[in-house]
Design a protein around this ligand. Structure first.
Ligand SMILES: Nc1ncnc2c1ncn2[C@@H]1O[C@H](COP(=O)(O)OP(=O)(O)OP(=O)(O)O)[C@@H](O)[C@H]1O
Ligand SMILES: [Mg+2]
Length: 293
C-alpha cells in the first residue's frame, strides 16, 4: 500500500542535496533545434525548466533551430550548405533564420513556459545589444556569409529579466557594429551567455545520447572526458558536423569559468532533471584539462 507514493517521496528526498546546492545558481540550457521537433518532448523539456525555476534555480534558454531553418529554406527552393557544422548564410538565409528563430521558435518556447505558469521573455541578440558580433572568418579564407562570431555579450538585459523573475529565451541572432544581422550557431551563443553570466552549468540538449565514439552507435557514449581528449576527438574526425561546434563550446565554456558542461539527449524525457538531480547523470560531461577522464 502507498508504494507508489513512497517512491515519489523517496525521489523528492534524494533531490534535496542537489536542490540545496543549485538553488540560486544559473543554468544555461541550449535547446537544440534537432531535439525540439516533437511537440510532446518539447512540453516535457519545458516542464523540467519550469521545475528548475520553481525550486529556485535561474534557468536561461538559448535555442537553435537548424532543422526548421532548413525546412523553410527548402520550401522557398533554397539549398542549405554547411561547413564544419556551420550554415553558409547569404542575406536571404540570414533573414529566414531570424524569422524562424525569433519569430517562430523563440515565441513558441515562451508560450509553452507561460502555459505552465512561468514568466518568460523572448529576445534575440539585437535586444539590448546582447550579442554583438563580427563576421566569422575561416583560416582557409572561405567566406561563409553572415555567420557571426560573438565579440561581446552585454548581459544587462538578461540580468534584468532574471532579477525580475523571467526566464530569458534567447534566439541566436546577433548584430555587428554596422547594424547588420548575423546568424550565430546557437552553441556559441549559449556558451558566450553562460560565460558572461558566470553560470554554474551549461547543458546542451541535442538529438543524440551525448558525445559518441562512433556516431552511429549509441552505446559508444563517452560519459566523461577532459578538454584535451575532446580536442583530439575533433582532430581525428571522431566528432563531426554539428557536434564540432558543440564540443568546442564545451571546452570554451570551461575556460570561461562555467563549472560543469553537459551534452544530453533532449529526446529522452526529463534528461535535464535526471542529469541535475541524480548522482549518476545520463549524458556526456566535459571536465577541465587535467580533470579525470
Ligand atoms: N561523435 C559524435 N557524437 C555525437 N554526435 C555526433 C558526432 N559526430 C557528429 N555528430 C552529429 O552531431 C549532431 C548534433 O548536432 P546538430 O547541430 O545537428 O544538433 P543541435 O546542435 O542539437 O541543433 P541546432 O544546431 O539546431 O541547434 C548529431 O545529430 C550527430 O549526427
Ligand atoms: Mg548545432
Amino acid at each position: 500500500m502507498y508504494e507508489r507514493e513512497m517512491d515519489k517521496a523517496a525521489t523528492l528526498i534524494e533531490a534535496i542535496p542537489y536542490i540545496r546546492k543549485f538553488s540560486g545558481t544559473t543554468v544555461v540550457v541550449k535547446y537544440g533545434g534537432s531535439a525540439m521537433v516533437d511537440e510532446k518532448l518539447k512540453k516535457s523539456v519545458i516542464k523540467d525548466i519550469a521545475l528548475l525555476k520553481y525550486i529556485g534555480l535561474r534557468p536561461v534558454i538559448v535555442h537553435g533551430g537548424g532543422k526548421e531553418i532548413t525546412a523553410l529554406l527548402d520550401r522557398l527552393g533554397k539549398k542549405s550548405e554547411f561547413i564544419d557544422g556551420l550554415r553558409v548564410t547569404d542575406r536571404e538565409t540570414a533573414d529566414v533564420a531570424e524569422m524562424v528563430l525569433s519569430g517562430s521558435i523563440g515565441k513558441s518556447l515562451v508560450e509553452n513556459l507561460e502555459a505552465v505558469g512561468i514568466s518568460a521573455c523572448g529576445i534575440n541578440g539585437k535586444d539590448g545589444h546582447t550579442l554583438l558580433v563580427r563576421k566569422k572568418l575561416f583560416g582557409s579564407g572561405r567566406d561563409i556569409g553572415f555567420v557571426g562570431e560573438i565579440d561581446k555579450v552585454d548581459i544587462h538585459l538578461v540580468m534584468t529579466l532574471l532579477d525580475s523573475g523571467y526566464v530569458p529565451v534567447i534566439s541566436p541572432v546577433g548584430v555587428d557594429s554596422f547594424s547588420q544581422t548575423y546568424n550565430i550557431n546557437a552553441d556559441y551563443a549559449a556558451t558566450a551567455v553562460a560565460g558572461a553570466l558566470g553560470a554554474q552549468k551549461l547543458v546542451f540538449l541535442t538529438d543524440v545520447e551525448g558525445i559518441l565514439r562512433d556516431k552511429d552507435d549509441p552505446s559508444s557514449i563517452i560519459r566523461r572526458m577532459n578538454a584535451a581528449e575532446a580536442r583530439s576527438l575533433i582532430a581525428d574526425g571522431t566528432i563531426r558536423g554539428g557536434m564540432i561546434p558543440k564540443t568546442e563550446c564545451c571546452i570554451d565554456a570551461l575556460d570561461r569559468g562555467v563549472k560543469t558542461v553537459h551534452v544530453l539527449d533532449g529526446r529522452l524525457p526529463h534528461s535535464l532533471l535526471l542529469e541535475i538531480f541524480t548522482a549518476s547523470g545520463i549524458g556526456t560531461m566535459v571536465v577541465p584539462e587535467g580533470g579525470a577522464q
